[in-house]
Write a protein that binds this ligand. Structure first.
Ligand SMILES: N[C@@H](CCC(=O)N[C@@H](CS)C(=O)NCC(=O)O)C(=O)O
Length: 217
């Protein structure tokens, strides 16, 4: 039996689950996963059996449960320092934490206007008030991380880190809504799209049977 179990929502719709799952994949640890279909009659009780917040993702490690995507990234970074979930250099690490926290606490306008939906193709949709400003801020974050710390690697801080796990679902949203991006941001999205774990999640998302009508715009 694997040491870890991650409790997640539908792969097609749950962007917070995607973040924690990517971080867990980056550790190379074996894990089990349980998908709890969201927005069904029994969803809340099913989640509460694992996660006291009533939200997914949650990570079970023996008797311990860690909930919330960013807390899971921090927990895994402590357990698996060799996975490099945070950059080794202090300045880069501070920036990686800052941009991850900015993602975790922000971009509500974009996330509402452009629901996470892997299967959908909605070019040009989801452009409400304030959305372009948030897209611009995300692109600026990506450019500044890459310029300051990208080095030889294709990700925000060169190698794949928790910051990439936090922003990968944004790259997926930009693909769903075919958002126009500057060259550097488009190259970053292409690097994320080529990441094997990202591809694995997307293909599993496409094969899920559940449809959540309120997430379909
Ligand atoms: N801040 C939390 C947000 C988690 C969250 O909102 N998860 C959604 C799914 S993406 C959820 O569990 N919703 C509960 C529900 O739909 O019943 C995190 O980063 O993990």
């Amino acid at each position: 039996m694997a040491d870890f179990k991650i409790i997640i929502g539908n792969k097609n719709y749950s962007s917070w689950s995607f973040r924690a799952w990517l971080a867990l994949k980056a550790t190379g640890a074996e894990f089990e996963e349980e998908v709890i279909p969201l927005d069904e009659k029994g969803t809340r009780d099913a989640i509460l059996r694992h996660s006291p917040s009533g939200r997914v993702p949650a990570l079970e490690h023996g008797e311990r449960t860690v909930w919330d995507s960013l807390a899971i990234c921090e927990y895994l970074a402590e357990l698996f320092p060799e996975a490099g979930l945070w950059p080794a250099e202090r300045g880069a690490r501070a920036m990686a934490r800052a941009v991850s926290a900015e993602m975790h606490s922000g971009f509500a306008t974009l996330r509402t206007a452009m629901p996470f939906n892997i299967r959908a193709s909605l070019p040009g949709k989801g452009k409400g008030d304030g959305v372009q400003g948030e897209i611009n801020r995300i692109a600026a974050i990506w450019r500044s991380c890459r310029e300051a710390h990208g080095g030889e690697g294709p990700y925000l801080f060169g190698n794949f880190t928790a910051a990439d796990a936090m922003y990968a679902p944004i790259a997926a949203r930009f693909a769903t809504y075919k958002v126009d991006l500057d060259e550097a941001s488009a190259a970053y999205c292409a690097a994320i799209a080529a990441h094997p774990a990202y591809g694995e999640w997307l293909s599993e998302a496409r094969n899920e049977p559940w449809i959540i009508p309120r997430e379909e715009i």
